[in-house]
Unconditional design. Structure first.
Length: 267
């Protein structure tokens, strides 16, 4: 079944807090290097409000090479490297130069779980972590896991519960910083821009499209879908954001939003 992708209009609104709440229940999906579609339902986010927010990379309108893509118009990705370990994925909101964004903290994995597991295992091996079984408890039949036949009998240990873990599972890294993540009928993509060059296929039937194909270049590699999952205000928990103690009084602002009772919310 085809679901509508979020349009540019969803992201360019000035009310980033409302956009953050409305992202709960939407689906974050990727198709990286034609490996296949991966993703799931967004269950936890944090809002950052640019110049006025001491927790934001754009506080007081500071601009650096690192945060330049945060100042793009809503509908682009802002990805940065954190703690020397993880890539964190944000969706930029609002108008150009406002530096508003929503950090995606957790998703409930539903699509391409086998691919997510393989990425996690590759990551562990690349870090010479020999305790894979302690970190990722799975049985040997990945295909059964992916099909959901054994979903109740195994633990996919927090594979997308946390902003650094979900980017590993979804294949997101610094190459995606600044790329377009929404549909816009009037949008044109500069294929000479290294951040926007690779817009991979979003259809499993398109896996063999060449990197040199013009149509292939204009496909979204990361996108969000509306699958008509409505999260009521009563089911949204508002709490302080995580890891922003440096933000003084702004560290206590209740701009972290999560779905009540969802087991995939980060700890």
């Amino acid at each position: 079944m085809n679901y509508p992708k979020l349009q540019k209009s969803f992201f360019v609104r000035e009310d980033t807090l409302q956009a953050a709440k409305e992202l709960l229940g939407k689906y974050l999906l990727t198709n990286i290097n034609g490996e296949g579609i991966t993703g799931g339902k967004i269950v936890e986010v944090e809002a950052y409000l640019g110049a006025e927010d001491k927790a934001s990379h754009g506080y007081n309108n500071r601009r650096t090479k690192r945060n330049e893509n945060l100042y793009k118009e809503g509908g682009n990705a802002y990805v940065y490297f954190c703690y020397g370990m993880y890539y964190l994925f944000n969706v930029v909101t609002g108008s150009k130069n406002t530096a508003n964004a929503v950090l995606i903290r957790a998703i409930e994995p539903e699509i391409g779980i086998d691919i997510m597991i393989q990425r996690k295992m590759r990551r562990l091996k690349s870090k010479n972590d020999l305790s894979i079984n302690k970190t990722l408890k799975i049985n040997s039949n990945i295909n059964k896991i992916a099909s959901g036949l054994e979903k109740n009998n195994i633990i996919i240990n927090r594979i997308t519960s946390g902003p650094g873990l979900l980017t590993i599972a979804l294949g997101i890294n610094l190459r995606h910083n600044g790329i377009v993540i929404c549909e816009n009928k009037n949008m044109t993509i500069d294929v000479n821009d290294s951040n926007n060059f690779n817009k991979f296929n979003i259809n499993n039937n398109d896996k063999n499209i060449s990197n040199n194909d013009d149509e292939y270049k204009n496909k979204l590699e990361i996108w969000l879908e509306d699958r008509s999952v409505n999260i009521s205000n009563e089911d949204i928990i508002e709490t302080a954001r995580i890891g922003v103690d440096y933000a003084e009084e702004h560290a206590l602002l209740p701009w972290r939003f999560k779905i009540k009772g969802n087991i995939w919310v980060s700890k």
